[in-house]
Design a protein around this ligand. Structure first.
Ligand SMILES: [Zn+2]
Ligand SMILES: [Zn+2]
Length: 127
């Protein structure tokens, strides 16, 4: 069982086009679109609740949060890697690369290279 209400993890999105001359697919002119959103615990992408979705929402038991479909697909391979842990790992690798201990290739926790070279694309703040 979740340690908290899953609804407490939801965000809210409103696109108010009631007075707009034109609109969008989600919110045509004259409409007021309101929906719940969730933030994926593993990649921090924001997902809009699709009211027509029939499959269950993906959920990670380890961090007790919603996750997006792509992250749910990686879950059996990578396990639970919360976004904060991902950032910590990237920061650790940047520090190590700066110290010359790791060479020039950054990899994510699954071992996938993030960028080809740290020399021209990564500019971490100097302390
Ligand atoms: Zn995700
Ligand atoms: Zn997780």
């Amino acid at each position: 069982m979740p340690r908290h209400s899953l609804r407490s993890l939801e965000g809210y999105l409103q696109i108010d086009h009631r007075a707009a001359p034109s609109g969008t697919l989600l919110a045509p002119a004259g409409s007021n679109f309101e929906t719940s959103t969730i933030t994926c615990s593993h990649c921090h992408s924001v997902q809009i609740f699709n009211p027509f979705r029939t499959r269950p929402r993906e959920y990670c038991r380890s961090c007790d949060k919603y996750i997006c479909d792509p992250c749910a697909g990686r879950l059996p391979i990578e396990g639970c890697v919360p976004f904060a842990k991902r950032l910590d790992e990237m920061e650790r690798q940047i520090r190590a690369a700066e110290a010359g201990a790791l060479g020039s290739v950054l990899v994510d926790p699954a071992g996938v290279p993030l960028v080809a070279s740290t020399t021209d694309t990564m500019h971490a703040d100097k302390a």
